[in-house]
Design a protein around this ligand. Structure first.
Ligand SMILES: *Cc1c(COP(=O)(O)O)cnc(C)c1O
Length: 453
């Protein structure tokens, strides 16, 4: 299978090259050249455990990796998950389920993709007899998940920049208490945007990039989207047959990466009824799906910080389909959006999507209500999904993080402080972080000194 850029000015690549490249050189995002149709295989898939299902799905895309190798990479990627079901689907009430996606090593759904991506990088290093240095900036969950994807892997090093004092103490511990000598957590004197700006400049320096075989970690990698399709399929297959045609997935959303994966799966012949895009007060996607206008706003820090984004970087993949798979029109939309901060779609078809938003004023009340009505503790991101449940549909709310990652918000809402043994263990380990200025020169010097060669 080959993969095309949404902007149409990059030659098609195979799976491994598209994964290694990340962002296409023309600025676009990779998508499969054609979407396969799984509709005739669903009965067979029903009997498979999570890792086997993942293999049967991904082998259709990763055709340049020998099947037995791919199977081993996938099996290894899901061994660090603590629930035997990997993605357990739990019934809460009539027509209401929660899909728990937080049983991976960093207790958030990003582990589903980043454990796999770490092992794909590992495989590529071994195949090409090369080393790889991964560099990224994070405002929280992505950095921790990326670090745990590459932890201790020979031939790799990972450098993650984060704004000093502006990630939660537990998130910081997940990045700085690993004890691995290929992990460098860099506490930047500045904001997340300062770190991003410095990184852009570094990635623009072709010589430096090639010298260290630098790879970016970000939310637009093709492997992340495809890995995330699998838990939608797995969950849909766990619902009783008579309910399956009515399933609406409710997805706490920031960059549109998670919900896009579900929608792509539906396009591949899985009859999912709909998706709800559940945003926090950073509601660009809520406004998009209710008005047809994609307009940038200011980022307001919120109780659900992993959804505090201004521009939904994966939305371009949806735009590609919305404009009739015409890369010239994608380029036009993205150029207008970049120049004016807005784009209004004529005849926007929201299709199977609905949207909801909730502010920080709503979140504690929702956590209380969910606890009272179902005895279930939802983290602040997941709470956004519970904002507006449609009782006519079979709703599956995606629980994107463990409540134990946000003990203060939960405690002030319901008086209970959730804990997790893995987080408790972190509190006993030494913090190893490197303070650094948010300048390209300082970051370059650090990478020069510590990169794996
Ligand atoms: C990243 C993240 C989200 C948002 O996911 P997107 O793919 O950016 O929409 C939601 N919840 C949690 C806990 C996250 O870490």
């Amino acid at each position: 299978m080959r993969f095309l850029s949404t902007r149409g000015q990059t030659p098609p690549l195979g799976f491994s090259d598209a994964v290694a490249t990340g962002l296409a050189p023309d600025g676009g995002l990779f998508l499969p050249e054609t979407l396969p149709d799984f509709s005739s295989q669903l009965a067979r898939f029903e009997k498979l455990g999570y890792a086997e299902l993942c293999f049967e799905f991904l082998r259709v895309f990763a055709t340049d990796i020998p099947p037995e190798t791919l199977r081993a990479i996938i099996a290894k990627s899901y061994t660090a998950f603590r629930d035997p079901a990997i993605a357990p689907l739990k019934p809460l009430a009539q027509n209401l389920y929660v899909l728990e996606l937080f049983h991976g090593p960093t207790l958030a759904f990003k582990d589903f993709a980043l454990q796999l991506l770490g092992n794909l990088y590992d495989y590529q290093c071994a195949m090409r007899r090369e080393t790889i240095n991964v560099l990224g900036a994070t405002s929280g969950d992505t950095g921790a998940a990326a670090i745990h994807g590459l932890l201790g892997k020979p031939g790799t090093a990972i450098f993650i920049l984060y704004p000093d004092g502006r990630v939660s103490p537990l998130q910081e511990r997940q990045m700085t208490c690993t004890g691995a000598d290929n992990v460098f957590a860099l506490a930047v004197d500045g904001t997340f945007d300062d770190a991003q700006t410095a990184l852009k400049e570094i990635f623009g320096d072709q010589e430096f990039r090639l010298r260290h075989r630098l790879s970016a970690v970000n939310s637009i990698n093709l492997a992340r989207v495809l890995a995330q399709c699998v838990y939608y399929l797995y969950a849909w297959l766990r619902v009783p047959v008579i309910e399956r045609r009515d399933v609406e997935f409710v997805v706490p959303t920031g960059n549109f990466g998670n919900v896009l994966a579900g929608w792509l799966l539906q396009q591949m012949g899985v009859p999912i009824r709909g998706f709800r895009v559940a945003t926090n007060q950073n509601d660009i996607l809520y406004r998009m799906f209710t008005t047809g206008e994609y307009r940038i706003g200011d980022v307001l820090p919120s109780l659900a910080p992993s959804m505090d984004i201004q521009v939904a970087s994966n939305f371009e993949r949806f735009i590609y389909f919305q404009v009739g798979r015409d890369p010239a029109r994608v380029r036009e939309v993205m150029a207008t959006f970049k120049k004016t901060g807005a784009y209004r779609f004529e005849n926007f078809d929201r299709g199977v999507f609905s949207a909801s938003r909730c502010t920080d004023a709503d979140i504690p009340g929702i956590i209380q209500r969910v606890y009272r009505d179902y005895g279930y503790i939802a983290d602040p991101h997941t709470a956004c999904g519970f904002a507006q449940i449609n009782p006519e549909r079979v709703s599956i709310v995606l629980a994107t993080a463990s409540p134990a990652k946000f003990p203060d918000t939960i405690k002030s809402a319901i008086g209970i402080e959730p804990t997790d043994p893995s987080l408790e263990a972190l509190k006993k380990r030494p913090v190893v972080k490197h303070r650094i200025a948010a300048t390209p020169a300082a970051i370059r010097a650090f990478v020069d000194a510590r990169a794996v060669r």
